[in-house]
Design a protein around this ligand. Structure first.
Ligand code: GLY
Ligand code: MN
Ligand code: MN
Length: 456
C-alpha cells in the first residue's frame, strides 16, 4: 500500500516513535539520578530463573522490573542493560544455544534499532560484554542471585529511590501499553461473566478468561481471583474449585492482562439473574466507584481518596439496609463499621508490577509518607501527579471473621443483621478500574471503562 511504501522510503530514525521518546525520557531521568548520586553508569540485570528445592524444574521467570522498564523483554534471564550518559543503551541479551528448550527469540521490533545490541550464548559472557562499563562508580541493579564474578549487584539505595519515585508517572509509550493491557482484559472479563451465567465452576470461568485474553497462566500479571458466592468474601481467594456450585449467585473476578510487561488489574462483580437485592448493591457500589475515579486529579492526596471511599461507603450501607435506618453516616465511619465491610485500601500504583513500587515514598530521596491512622493496608500515600496510573477498587464484603467481631462490639446496634445474613451468601463486591491522572483540573482517563466500552 501507499502507506507502507511511504514508511519504507523514510529513514526509520525520522519516524515519530513513542518508544524512542520513552527511551529518551528514561535516559534523561537516569542521567540526572546518576549525577545526583555520584555514579557514572548504570547496569541492570534481567534476573535469573529460580528452581524448586532439590529439583530441576524452574518457577516462572519474573524479570527485574527495572530491566523491562527499558526494553520490552519479559522472558530473557541472564540478560543485562548498560546505561551511560550520552551513549546509546546497550542491551546484552542471553540467547543460549540449547536443544532442551526453545531459546528466547532473537529480539525484533523497533526498539532493536534504538539500542546497541550484544548477543551472548553463556551467562558469564555478560562480564566481558560489560567490561568497559564496569567500575567503582557503576551502579548495578539486580537481585543478589544474578551476581557473576566481577559483576555484583550493589543496588544503591539513593539511586533506587530516585528511579522508583519517577516510575510512578508513566511515559506516553507506557500509557499505550497499559491501554492495551486493559483492552486485552476487558473482553475476557465479559467471557468469564458469560461462563458464570451459564453455571460454570471457578476453574471453568478461569479457563474461559484465559481463552478470551489469549493468556496462559504463565503470562498473567498476577494469579486470577475467581470467587463464586461466599468465596467472593476472601480478598485474595487463591483456589479455583473444579466443581460447579449447586447455585451460582455471584461472581467476583479480579483478573488482569499484560502487554510488553505492563499490567492491567481489573475486578468486576456480577449477580446471577433473579438476585435483585445483590444486583442493587452492585449498582450502588458502581456509582460510588465512579465518583472515586473522578477524584483522581493532579495534586490530590491519594490518602484523601481512600478516606473518601469510607465516607462514600456509609450511605451505601444505609441505602441497602445494611445499616439501621436513622444511623448517621458519620457514626458508621467513626465507629469503624465501614472498616468491617471494607478492610483494604482503595488502591495502588500500577505499571511494571501489579503493585508498583514506591507507593509510600515521601520524596525522591526516600522516606515514608505515613498511612492514615487505622488504615494499615493502604498501598499508596502519595500526592497524585500527571501520568500516574492508579487503581480505584472499593469493596463491600461479608467476611465472617470481621462481622463476628463487629457483632460483639458496641457498634453492633448500627447494623441490620438480618440484611447482613441475607447478603452473606453472595460473598462481596469489588469494582476495580485502572486510572490515569491528568494535568491540573483535567478529568482522569479510565483505561478500564474505555476498554469495556470498546467491547460493546
Ligand atoms: N489483584 C490484586 C489487587 O487488586 O490489588
Ligand atoms: Mn489492585
Ligand atoms: Mn485486582
Amino acid at each position: 500500500s501507499q502507506h507502507r511504501m511511504r514508511r519504507m522510503s523514510r529513514p526509520p530514525s525520522l519516524e515519530p516513535s513513542l518508544y524512542r521518546d520513552h527511551l529518551a525520557l528514561l535516559q534523561q531521568g537516569a542521567e540526572a539520578a546518576l549525577a545526583a548520586t555520584g555514579h557514572e553508569a548504570l547496569v541492570i540485570a534481567s534476573g535469573i530463573e529460580k528452581f524448586a528445592f532439590l529439583d530441576d524444574r524452574p518457577y516462572g521467570f519474573q524479570p527485574n522490573p527495572h530491566f523491562k522498564h527499558w526494553v520490552p523483554l519479559n522472558q530473557h534471564p541472564h540478560s543485562w542493560l548498560a546505561v551511560r550518559p550520552g551513549r546509546k543503551l546497550r542491551v546484552v541479551v542471553h540467547l543460549p544455544a540449547d536443544f532442551w528448550h526453545v531459546p528466547p527469540s532473537p529480539p525484533t521490533g523497533e526498539w532493536v534499532e534504538a539500542v546497541e545490541l550484544v548477543v551472548i550464548r553463556e551467562p558469564d559472557e555478560a562480564v566481558a560484554a560489560l567490561k568497559d562499563v564496569l567500575g567503582p562508580r557503576t551502579a548495578v541493579i539486580g537481585e543478589a542471585d544474578a551476581a557473576l564474578p566481577g559483576l555484583v549487584p550493589t543496588n544503591p539505595e539513593a539511586l533506587l529511590h530516585r528511579l522508583h519515585w519517577a516510575r510512578a508517572c508513566k511515559t506516553p509509550w507506557e500509557l499505550a501499553q497499559m491501554r492495551a493491557a486493559s483492552r486485552r482484559a476487558a473482553p475476557a472479563h465479559l467471557a468469564a461473566r458469560d461462563a458464570f451465567l451459564a453455571g460454570a465452576s471457578e476453574a471453568e470461568i478461569h479457563r474461559a478468561y484465559l481463552v478470551a485474553s489469549h493468556h496462559t497462566d504463565r503470562d498473567l500479571p498476577y494469579a486470577n481471583i475467581v470467587g463464586l458466592n461466599e468465596h467472593a468474601a476472601v480478598l485474595h481467594y487463591q483456589h479455583q474449585d473444579e466443581a460447579r456450585p449447586l447455585q451460582s449467585r455471584s461472581l467476583l473476578l479480579d483478573a488482569g492482562a499484560q502487554v510488553n510487561g505492563y499490567a492491567s488489574d481489573i475486578t468486576r462483580t456480577w449477580a446471577a439473574p433473579g438476585h435483585a437485592e445483590f444486583a442493587g448493591l452492585i449498582t450502588l457500589m458502581d456509582h460510588e466507584q465512579q465518583a472515586l475515579v473522578a477524584e483522581v486529579r493532579e495534586g490530590r492526596d491519594y490518602r484523601d481518596i481512600h478516606l473518601s471511599s469510607h465516607q462514600r461507603l456509609a450511605p451505601v450501607l444505609l441505602e441497602s439496609g445494611l445499616a439501621r435506618p436513622g444511623t448517621s453516616a458519620e457514626a458508621l465511619v467513626a465507629q469503624q463499621v465501614t472498616h468491617a465491610f471494607y478492610p483494604h485500601g482503595i488502591g495502588h500504583l500500577l505499571g511494571l508490577q501489579v503493585h508498583d513500587i514506591g507507593g509510600h515514598m515521601a520524596s525522591e530521596l526516600g522516606g515514608t509518607r505515613e498511612k492514615p491512622a487505622g488504615h494499615p493496608y493502604l498501598r499508596l500515600t502519595r500526592t497524585l501527579a500527571p501520568g500516574m496510573v492508579v487503581t480505584i477498587e472499593p469493596g463491600l464484603y461479608f467476611i465472617p471473621m470481621l462481622l463476628d467481631r463487629l457483632r460483639t462490639s458496641p457498634a453492633a446496634s448500627l447494623v441490620d443483621w438480618a440484611t447482613v445474613e441475607r447478603l452473606t451468601p453472595y460473598g462481596g463486591i469489588r469494582i476495580e478500574d485502572d486510572v490515569v491522572c491528568g494535568s491540573g483540573a483535567e478529568a482522569p482517563e479510565n483505561l478500564t471503562r474505555e476498554a469495556f466500552a470498546a467491547c460493546a
